[in-house]
Design a protein around this ligand. Structure first.
Ligand SMILES: [Zn+2]
Length: 277
């Protein structure tokens, strides 16, 4: 989403911020919309960045608008899936192809915060969020995973351990790294850690390149409300019951780990890993 909106947003002046009329339970916006408007009015967006899954707009007065989409939130610059679940509009001056950012959220779990630099450091400082998944080093993987006995799949979703890996990608990453999702995080040997580091990078980079995954319910859309293309690359996610296209030997299985679905191939991701090396 960040890459999609950046070229249309950076360098532009905010002229309005308002909640959209909706009958849904309001999402959490702090301070209230009128205060956000007052504080960012006439400020220029200097950078559009990402902190884990959050989207961060920095303004010329050093305030940051931090949007956390959670499960179903989308930051859009064009027509949303419907108007019922639109939550706020941030409008820019000038007349170009796109002049507003909208936040659309079907379930309404997303949050929006306006922070000054100190508040932002307190709320989202490095102590709260793990290193970014695209920047974490092999030594950091070893050290961080070595501290937890949770299943590796569960550990990958912990944003305090590593920021930026969502549920779809955790299954895809472990499949490509040939690691059983139920393995204890601290039991991975150095070959497995290497494979994990490579798989994280390749899966996330490809997902960014293809602008995410759009699932059957059409939930995910990129910033221009086009479906992402990464779902065509899924080897295990939502493929339970199908034959594994990596090995052509086993069937993809689904299980639930800490209330989230995990998909894996019991042949490719065999516990001991001795069959394939
Ligand atoms: Zn397989």
């Amino acid at each position: 989403m960040v890459r999609g909106i950046r070229p249309f947003v950076e360098g532009r002046r905010a002229i309005d911020f308002k909640g959209c009329p909706t009958h849904c339970r309001p999402i959490s916006i702090l301070p209230p919309c009128a205060d956000v408007f007052h504080k960012i009015q006439n400020q220029v967006v200097t950078t559009v960045g990402r902190m884990g899954k959050r989207i961060v707009l920095e303004f010329s007065n050093r305030l940051s608008l931090v949007i956390e989409p959670r499960m179903t939130g989308l930051v859009l610059m064009s027509h949303p899936p419907d108007t019922t679940h639109l939550r706020f509009e941030l409008k820019f001056s000038g007349r170009r192809q796109f002049n507003s950012i909208w936040f659309w959220d079907r379930r309404g779990l997303g949050t929006v915060r306006l922070f000054d630099p100190d508040q932002r450091e307190n709320a989202l400082g490095k102590t709260r969020l793990g290193p970014d998944a695209l920047e974490i080093t092999e030594a950091q993987w070893r050290e961080r995973l070595g501290r937890t006995r949770r299943a590796i799949k569960t550990a990958l979703l912990d944003q305090k351990l590593v920021a930026g890996i969502g549920n779809i990608y955790a299954s895809e990453i472990l499949h490509r790294a040939r690691i059983d999702p139920q393995r204890c995080a601290d039991s991975l040997n150095s070959n497995e850690l290497k494979r994990l580091a490579v798989a994280v990078r390749s899966v996330l980079e490809l997902a960014i390149e293809l602008e995410g995954s759009t699932l059957g319910d059409g939930t995910y859309r990129n910033a221009l409300n086009k479906p992402g293309q990464y779902q065509n690359e899924h080897r295990v996610y939502m493929r339970d019951g199908e034959q594994c296209t990596t090995c052509n030997r086993a069937t993809i299985l689904r299980m639930v780990q800490t209330q989230r679905s995990t998909f894996h191939c019991s042949y490719c991701q065999k516990w001991s890993g001795w069959l394939i090396e």
